[in-house]
Write a protein of this length. Structure first.
Length: 397
């Protein structure tokens, strides 16, 4: 069997290896989705059913309008459209607290998510409108995105879809439950980031020297970013409770969580995607140079990689800045509208934390460039290796 495989053309063996890795990644993705997290059936969902409902009647007489803010109570009549209580109509209320970010306003015809409390004999004890029903729309949007990717990218689109779903499954089903169980957020995030980086890069770049170059550069950047994030977070005296619901975790019984480490892990986890992108761009460029000029020296290959990395890293750092700053646009606008001095603004813990988040991420991103170039010089340069086999197998003109 080994002789049979070794006798195949290199390109055919590469394709077979590529397919095997794709199938293995798909299997791992499905495995992550089906394994229990250990948090199913919590106290918030015990003895309850979820169902889709439709608002058939609304009474707004108890609502008070104060400018853009609404307070009071909506009286609702809701028909259940799915589940064992389908067809039943119940009366409920929607209490508004005067906070636009938390309040929901319903109208006749709205599709809503209903949480039903079930009694011991299987009857409906109580039903409450939870929020607008968006499950179907989310499924449609995801399906549209996947079809679009597959149509535009072809076989590469299959790899992109698998890496996308794999990342979501690994975060929701593995990383977050592990941290809730007591794993240190920094350690758990580094391990998961390494796994995500390997799967995503080798799916896109293949199990080739190019892929190993991109992996080495990307992981080097992640490790450096984690050290920088740890140092600057403590130096700036950031407590970590600047993320939404971070403090709520402590009040939910998870007092063992280290919010500072959770904040640090979020810095390099958030920037790891951009690092993968940058490292793959540089590794692909160096690999292409090596293919076109197999006799190029290691020094000249590194020199070419440096030239490419300077252009790519410049735009990527700005991309990271725009992506992070857009998340807190309203907060900064609020401070500016109140006439708060700039020095006061940058010393606020929310703003300082975002400065650390953004600049440390950019530090790591910029460092990915020389790390990838150095790795490419070692892995891609010096000998023809894989690229030489490609040149030998290529049909003569």
């Amino acid at each position: 069997m080994k002789k049979l495989i070794s006798g195949l053309p290199w390109t055919e063996r590469k394709t077979r290896r590529d397919v095997i890795f794709v199938l293995a990644s798909l299997f791992l993705t499905v495995f992550f989705f089906i394994i229990p997290t250990g948090f199913e059936g919590g106290s918030q969902t015990a003895g309850s059913e979820r169902a889709r409902g439709k608002v058939v009647e609304v009474n707004n007489e108890r609502l008070i309008n104060t400018g853009p803010v609404k307070q009071g109570e909506q009286q609702l009549e809701v028909e259940i459209l799915s589940g064992p209580f389908r067809g039943q109509v119940f009366s409920g209320s929607n209490n508004l607290m005067g906070k636009i970010e938390l309040d929901k306003i319903f109208a006749v015809g709205d599709s809503v998510l209903v949480i039903i409390s079930v009694s011991e004999d299987g009857g409906m004890r109580h039903a409450q409108v939870y929020d607008h029903y968006r499950t179907g729309k989310i499924i449609f949007l995801c399906a549209l995105f996947f079809v679009f990717i597959l149509f535009i990218m072809g076989w590469m689109g299959v790899k992109i879809v698998i890496s996308f779903v794999f990342t979501a499954a690994a975060l929701i089903r593995v990383l977050f439950p592990a941290m809730l169980r007591g794993w240190d957020p920094i350690f758990a995030s580094v391990i998961l980031t390494a796994m995500l980086t390997a799967v995503i890069i080798f799916l896109v770049g293949g199990l080739t020297r190019r892929g190993f170059t991109a992996f080495a550069g990307s992981m080097g950047g992640v490790l450096v970013t984690s050290f920088l994030a740890f140092f600057f977070t403590h130096w700036f005296k950031l407590h970590g409770a600047v993320r939404p619901f971070a403090e709520a975790l402590l009040y939910s019984g998870y007092t063992h969580l280290n919010l500072v480490h959770l904040f640090i892990s979020g810095i390099f986890l958030a920037s790891s995607g951009a690092m993968m992108d940058l490292s793959m761009d540089i590794a692909s460029a160096m690999d292409e140079v090596k293919k076109q000029y197999p006799a190029i020296s290691r020094f000249n290959l590194i020199k070419s990689g440096v030239s490419v990395s300077r252009h790519v890293a410049g735009t990527m750092s700005t991309t990271l800045l725009l992506a992070y700053s857009a998340e807190y646009t309203a907060m900064i606008m609020t401070f500016i509208a109140q006439g708060i001095p700039l020095e006061n603004i940058i010393n606020m813990v929310w703003v300082s934390s975002e400065i650390v988040h953004t600049l440390v991420g950019c530090f790591g991103l910029v460092l990915v460039a020389p790390l990838t170039v150095f790795a490419g010089g070692i892995i891609l340069g010096g000998s023809e290796g894989t690229n030489g086999r490609q040149a030998a197998d290529a049909p003569s003109p």
